[in-house]
Design a protein around this ligand. Structure first.
Ligand SMILES: *Cc1c(COP(=O)(O)O)cnc(C)c1O
Length: 230
């Protein structure tokens, strides 16, 4: 622990606390997910040494390659990338959370493949909150029906909703975050156990927290710019 040294992690924690205070929310209302795609095990270990426990990965093989070096540290791994059916088995076996479920077929496979020795897999539905043609995610109007289906899947624990709003919105994505928050709040009328709003990244997480985010997914602001894709 390096409590007296300012690091990207300590300054992000401080900004999260400030955003919570400004919104009248307790600081523990928001979980920081460190998005560690493209980052090596050494960089992840350095954050873990400062007390960071939740890490998010987008690319399955890259994540599986890194995990052994970090085993025994009691980290919680979140899969946040596009999820095709042929990857569900490894995701079900190696992750605690998945944020990118957007269809029943993928959910059913995750349920069937979740090892019995592990607790139920925590799931967020990825929502296409701006209704963009090119984006993956459940259309807003289809969220309730898909959420209802989770009653059929005891090895999954539906926790809430996730979105990646368009990058160019003039309002810092506030309207999109508000739509997602409203959708979760409506679902909670019949599913009060839902407790997670996964929204906000490096560029917009303070706004997301003002709009009710319970989990922010931050990569660049923690680790610096990502290397260009090979
Ligand atoms: C890469 C990624 C992030 C983190 O983005 P930054 O802008 O680097 O903070 C968050 N969520 C998802 C789904 C991502 O793919």
């Amino acid at each position: 622990m390096m409590p007296d040294t300012e690091t990207p992690l300590t300054s992000i924690r401080a900004r999260i606390q400030a955003a919570c205070a400004a919104a009248g929310r307790p600081p523990e209302a928001v979980t920081l997910l460190a998005v560690s795609k493209t980052r090596g095990p050494d960089e992840i270990a350095a954050l873990a040494d400062q007390g960071q426990r939740h890490f998010g990965e987008n690319y399955l093989q890259e994540a599986l390659d890194k995990m052994p070096a970090l085993a025994g540290r009691d980290l919680i791994w979140h899969f946040i990338g596009p999820l095709q059916s042929n990857k569900t088995r490894d995701v079900a076996a190696h992750f605690g959370w998945v944020h990118s479920v957007d269809r029943a077929k993928v959910a059913r496979r995750l349920n069937d493949q979740r090892p019995d020795a592990l607790p139920p897999l925590n799931v967020c539905l990825q929502v296409n909150v701006d209704d963009e043609d090119s984006k993956s995610g459940v259309p807003l109007a289809a969220v309730p029906a898909l959420a209802e289906q989770f009653q059929e899947w005891p090895r999954l624990r539906l926790r809430g909703l996730m979105a990646i709003p368009r990058a160019d919105a003039e309002d810092g994505n506030r309207a999109a975050f508000r739509r997602l928050a409203m959708t979760l709040s409506q679902l909670r009328n019949t599913m009060p156990a839902l407790d997670t709003l996964s929204m906000g990244m490096s560029a917009d997480y303070p706004v997301a927290i003002e709009e009710g985010a319970t989990l922010v997914r931050i990569g660049t602001a923690l680790f610096g710019p990502r290397p260009p894709k090979a």
